[in-house]
Design a protein around this ligand. Structure first.
Ligand code: GTQ
Length: 354
C-alpha cells in the first residue's frame, strides 16, 4: 500500500526518489513507503495450508534408509517444508516438522541443542529416545519431549523400523539468533542414568519427589518427557463420554508441564482432540500457525478457502489467522502443536470464535 501522496507536488515526488537513492547505500529507508506492509491490520503470512500423506513420506524415508545410516546422517529425517516458505526448512514461520526413521540396530548419536523438540510416534514399538541417559520406550502415538539443552540419543533394538514426527522450534530459535549445539564426545549413546520409566513414575502421576530431596533429580522447570498414548487416549475417551463437545474444539486436551501447569515446553504447545462422527466445529481463527496429524478417523478441514480431505496419517498446516472448520465423517482424532505458548508469553496471542 502506498502512502497518501495526493497532495505532493510532482517535483517533490521526483526529489523524494532522488533522496531514496542517496540514502539507500547508507542503510536508510523512508518508513512511509513501507509502513502499511510492516504494521498490518491483521496477520499476513506466507504460510499456506499444505497437506502431506504419511504413506508417501514413508516411501521416500525408507529409501533414504537404504542409502544413509542414522549415524552417518546424525538424524535421518525428511523435512516437511511449507510450500510458502521454500528454502527455510520450516513448516510454519516458527516451527519445524520432520519424519525421523530409526532402523533396527541403529543409533542416532547423542547431542543437545538450544532448540526444544517433541516426538510423536507414527510407527513402531519399543524403540527409544534417551533423555539425559534415561530411555523413554516409545509406542505408537506416544508423545516424547527433548526439552532444550537436555542430552538425547535415539536407538532401536527392536526388529522393526521406528518412525516418528519431530516437531521443533528451529525457525524461532534461529530467528532470535540463539542456536547452540554440541555432541557428546567419545560415545554415541549417553550412559544409562536411570531405568526406563523412572521419570514417568516419579513426576508423571500428579506427584513429585519432595523438593530438595535426593529423589528430586530431574530439572525443576521441566521434569517430565513422556506422555504415553495409553494415558492420553483413555482421558480423551472418558471426556468424550461425559459431556457435549465444545463447539470450536470438540473434545480437546492439552499436554502440560506439571511444574508450571502450562504448555509442555517454553516455546511449543501441544494437544490432542477428538471430533465425534458427524460433528463439525464452528469457525475459529487464531494467531498460532499450527501443525496437525490425523491419528484416527476421517473428515475434512476448511482452512481459509481451501478444503482438505482428511484421513489417517495426513499431516496438515493451519496458517495464522486463517478461519478453520473441521468436520468428522468418522470419529476423528488429531494431534496438534503450535507456538501458542510463545505468543502468549509475548502478549501476542489472539483468537476469534464465530
Ligand atoms: O532428533 O535431535 O528432526 O536435532 C531435527 C533436529 C531431529 C533430533 C530433527 C534434531 C533432531
Amino acid at each position: 500500500m502506498k502512502p497518501n501522496t495526493a497532495e505532493l507536488q510532482p517535483d517533490n515526488q521526483a526529489l523524494l526518489e532522488e533522496l531514496y537513492a542517496e540514502m539507500a547505500p547508507k542503510g536508510l529507508l523512508p518508513l512511509w513507503e513501507a509502513l502499511a506492509n510492516l504494521v498490518t491490520k491483521t496477520p499476513k503470512t506466507p504460510v499456506v495450508s499444505a497437506k502431506w500423506k504419511y504413506g508417501d513420506i514413508r516411501t521416500h524415508l525408507m529409501r533414504a534408509g537404504e542409502l544413509i545410516s542414522a549415524k552417518q546422517a546424525e538424524r535421518r529425517v525428511l523435512v516437511l517444508e511449507n510450500p510458502g516458505l521454500q528454502g527455510t526448512h520450516a513448516i510454519t514461520s516458527t516451527l519445524y516438522a520432520g519424519l525421523q526413521l530409526i532402523l533396527p540396530g541403529e543409533v542416532a548419536p547423542c547431542h543437545r541443542h538450544a532448540q526444544s523438540a517433541l516426538r510423536f510416534v507414527m510407527e513402531g514399538s519399543g524403540a527409544f529416545t534417551a533423555i539425559d541417559g534415561e530411555k523413554a520406550m516409545m509406542e505408537k502415538y506416544d508423545l516424547v519431549l527433548t526439552p532444550n539443552w537436555q542430552w538425547h540419543d535415539h536407538g532401536n533394538t527392536t526388529d522393526d523400523p521406528m518412525i516418528w514426527l519431530d516437531g521443533l522450534d528451529i525457525p524461532l530459535v534461529n530467528h532470535f539468533d540463539t542456536s547452540f549445539a554440541e555432541t557428546l564426545s567419545g560415545t554415541d549413546a549417553h550412559p544409562e542414568s536411570m531405568p526406563p520409566g523412572d521419570t514417568l513414575s516419579r513426576y508423571g502421576k500428579n506427584l513429585r519427589p519432595i523438593r530438595g530431596s535426593q529423589s528430586d533429580r530431574r530439572p525443576k522447570h521441566m521434569p517430565l518427557f513422556h506422555y504415553p498414548y495409553k494415558q492420553w487416549h483413555s482421558s480423551l475417551t472418558d471426556l468424550s463420554n461425559s459431556e457435549a463437545p465444545d463447539p470450536h474444539f470438540g473434545y480437546a486436551l492439552e499436554f502440560i508441564n506439571p511444574s508450571t501447569g502450562g504448555a509442555i515446553m517454553p516455546t511449543i504447545s501441544a494437544h490432542v482432540r477428538l471430533l465425534p462422527k458427524g460433528f463439525e466445529t464452528a469457525e475459529r481463527r487464531s494467531t498460532d500457525g499450527s501443525v496437525y496429524v490425523v491419528l484416527e478417523g476421517s473428515g475434512s478441514a476448511m482452512i481459509g478457502d481451501v478444503e482438505h480431505m482428511l484421513e489417517e496419517g495426513d499431516f496438515f498446516v493451519v496458517p495464522s489467522w486463517h478461519p478453520v472448520q473441521i468436520k468428522a465423517d468418522q470419529d476423528l482424532t488429531l494431534f496438534g502443536y503450535s507456538d501458542r505458548t510463545s505468543q502468549e508469553k509475548l502478549n501476542l496471542f489472539r483468537d476469534l470464535k464465530s
